[in-house]
Design a protein. Structure first.
Length: 707
């Protein structure tokens, strides 16, 4: 793969509100870097000659863009293989390139969509050639040509705020308007970019729906008992189906065509809602292949012959008709091909948690309501003590006093991640809070280096400080500004915790009284504001101090529930640093790291677990599981993980020569059999975590000759 260049060239200013994307020229090589200023994602476009981008009219693109420029070039090279959709002047899809593709188009007017971590569109007149191999994509033009480049951030906030009382009937009215954020009611709404963020919800003494917040008329109703438990569980489904939620003694899904689907079954109400959501979403993903993006989809090939459904006919039907046809199919007929769901949210059905429903719904989460109450527990501390006695190294505890808190352990769910919304510290799930989500909505554009702040307040932990200092910024594609502090006093640490940065990595001691400094303790609850977007508090019992950082303005963080032994903390710190550096979200980074550490269960996430530092050029973060079959053949399991750009409904394709079809994004493993040479080539394309022989290593450290 091409050497990455640091984007330090001049940028392009445009009039209007603060931009969410920017264009900068590369310094060491001809080309541009397109940056998502909210989500800190970047994508590089290499050109055959130096370019001077000039502002262009965003309205000149068929699809919405946040900003646009024009450059003159005869060729654009992309540093990775991405899907390129080519459309003519009427918007008709002409081709979608895949691996080892070569497409030529005669003189005409073309729109090209580049499906990377940022939505990028090209408009050009003349002949066009698109060629890909296993490592890059080249787009050639009819000699030096004006190419108009538009880009759109994946970030989208809610467009309005609703008010509801605590009356369940009023809450039903409020959540019925969530579907006003959908950009279409066609099966394409299964793409994450066509599902807008639902309106925010506030509690008040009367219902207030702002003008312009209007849900689509679909003729679909969710009839539910007027109680929080039922409403909360059904809200993501109501949003996705654009269904009215109305009171009824009998929970059921009905349409104005006379169709009824019982939701009170032997499997239970929550399970039935989950099945309807997953089945409808999945079959939308299959049906949409008849629409704007006509791609070869693995899941369609897997189920089509077993289903009595005419997808070409279905695509043009109403949503109510599609729903009726989808639910005529037994769940078992599609169950094996369903994508692994990104998130299950366990929501305590209390009135105040209605304010978190828009964020849960935006993730299209499966919602469950817990029936057990949090209670004090020593299980976590006991596990930590066991690890301590097995290791002679010191712990990161600043004192022998354990923090007193209540714990909850949500029931196991079939999803990549779990979140907990309620009282208590969750074990095995992230703790979602209203503060964290609102803090993310307030995240402002930042067109500069990605800031990493490392603090080491104990010289005995210098090993981790040195390791993480080396890890952060090791990717040449992204500009990192890494600042390392050690042995800070209280006033100095207060200043560091208040300064804006993308990630704070703290190494040291923490207890109930706060962060241990050279001159005493600093309690994060005394901060007026917190500057880090994300944080890793790699110290004992850092849960309460992490919660205080969220309340003061941070978005997400990884904390500990108990004492952690130093040797295990060093390994976790290094692994988490590499995962975050590679674009894994805070939540997925911890999920992966947990599996490689004996103390992994002592760590948890507070806040918005979907936050990531950055992602550049390629597809979603992934983990490879490698098993040796014979001397020269290997089994590769390819597991993709969520990012800002890749969520439920996205399409992915591993960079393998023999793979010519797309897969629905999912954490589920995709298994391929490769020769040693093919595996070596695949793992050389990008630095990724690899699970082999029960251990997690990195592809740039793996010697396949010894496997």
């Amino acid at each position: 793969m091409s050497r990455a260049e640091r984007p330090e060239g001049p940028g392009v200013e445009q009039e209007g509100d603060a931009l969410e994307v920017s264009f900068r020229t590369l310094e060491e090589r001809s080309g541009l870097v397109v940056a998502d200023l909210i989500e800190r994602n970047q994508f590089r476009l290499f050109t055959d000659r130096p370019v001077s981008p000039t502002p262009a009219d965003p309205a000149g693109h068929r699809f919405p863009v946040d900003a646009a420029v024009a450059v003159e070039t005869a060729e654009i090279e992309l540093p990775t293989v991405v899907s390129v959709c080519v459309r003519d002047e009427h918007g008709q899809m002409l081709a979608e390139t895949e691996h080892s593709a070569y497409e030529e188009f005669p003189a005409g007017s073309y729109s090209l969509e580049l499906c990377g971590p940022i939505k990028i569109y090209l408009r050009v007149e003349g002949r066009v050639t698109v060629a890909t191999d296993v490592t890059q994509t080249r787009i050639g033009f009819d000699g030096p040509s004006e190419v108009r480049i538009g880009a759109r951030s994946h970030h989208e906030g809610p467009a309005a705020t609703l008010t509801t009382t605590d009356d369940p009937a009023d809450v039903m009215t409020a959540v019925s308007t969530f579907s006003s954020a959908l950009k279409t009611t066609s099966p394409e709404r299964s793409y994450p970019t066509l599902r807008g963020h639902p309106p925010l919800v506030e509690r008040g003494d009367h219902v207030e729906i702002p003008d312009g917040v209007t849900s689509p008329e679909t003729g679909i109703r969710l009839e539910l008992p007027p109680e929080y438990r039922s409403i909360y569980v059904a809200t993501p489904l109501a949003y996705y189906l654009a269904a009215d939620v109305v009171p009824s003694d009998r929970p059921r899904l009905v349409t104005d065509r006379g169709f009824e689907h019982d939701l009170d079954t032997m499997r239970g109400f929550e399970t039935e809602i989950e099945r309807v959501l997953k089945q409808t979403f999945f079959l939308d993903c299959v049906t949409r292949t008849e629409g704007y993006y006509s791609v070869d989809l693995h899941e369609r090939d897997a189920v089509e012959t077993d289903l009595d459904l005419d997808f070409e006919w279905l695509y043009d039907q109403s949503l109510a008709t599609q729903l009726e046809e989808y639910l005529s199919v037994p769940f078992g007929a599609v169950e094996d091909e369903l994508p692994e769901w990104r998130l299950t949210s366990h929501v305590d059905p209390r009135p105040e948690n209605v304010e978190l429903l828009p964020f849960v719904t935006n993730d299209l989460a499966v919602v469950r309501t817990p029936r057990d109450q949090p209670e004090p527990s020593s299980a976590v501390q006991t596990a930590a003590a066991d690890e301590f006695f097995r290791d002679s190294a010191f712990t990161r505890s600043a004192s022998s006093d354990d923090a007193t808190r209540s714990y909850v352990q949500p029931e196991t769910a079939d999803s990549l991640e779990q979140s907990w919304i309620g009282d208590g510290a969750p074990i095995g799930a992230s703790k979602a809070t209203t503060d964290a989500f609102y803090n993310r909505l307030d995240r402002t554009p930042a067109d500069g280096d990605i800031g990493i702040t490392v603090v080491c307040n104990d010289p005995r932990m210098a090993d981790e400080r040195d390791v993480v200092d080396e890890v952060y910024g090791s990717r040449e594609q992204l500009p990192f500004d890494v600042r390392v502090h050690h042995d800070l006093r209280r006033a100095e640490l207060r200043e560091v915790l208040s300064a804006e940065t993308d990630l704070l990595h703290y190494i040291g001691h923490i207890d109930a009284a706060g962060f241990e400094c050279a001159d005493g303790k600093l309690d994060a609850t005394t901060l007026t504001s917190a500057g880090p977007d994300a944080f890793l508090l790699n110290a004992c019992q850092s849960y309460e101090q992490g919660s205080a950082l969220i309340e003061a303005g941070a978005i997400a963080g990884i904390v500990t529930l108990s004492d952690v032994i130093n040797s295990g903390a060093v390994r976790m710190g290094r692994m988490l640093a590499r995962l975050l550096d590679q674009g894994f979200t805070v939540g997925s980074a911890l999920e992966v790291a947990r599996e490689d550490s004996i103390i992994g269960e002592q760590y948890t996430v507070i806040g918005d677990s979907s936050l990531s530092l950055a992602r550049t050029d390629g597809g979603p973060p992934n983990v490879c599981v490698v098993r040796s079959r014979t001397d020269d053949r290997f089994e590769l399991e390819w597991q993709s993980h969520p990012s800002t750009s890749f969520g439920m409904g996205s399409l992915v394709m591993p960079w393998l020569d023999e793979v010519n079809e797309y897969y629905l994004w999912s954490g589920d493993s995709r298994t391929f059999e490769l020769t040693r040479k093919e595996l070596r080539q695949f793992l050389s394309l990008e630095t990724v975590p690899v699970k082999i022989d029960g251990s997690l290593v990195w592809s740039d450290e793996l010697d396949l000759s010894k496997v």
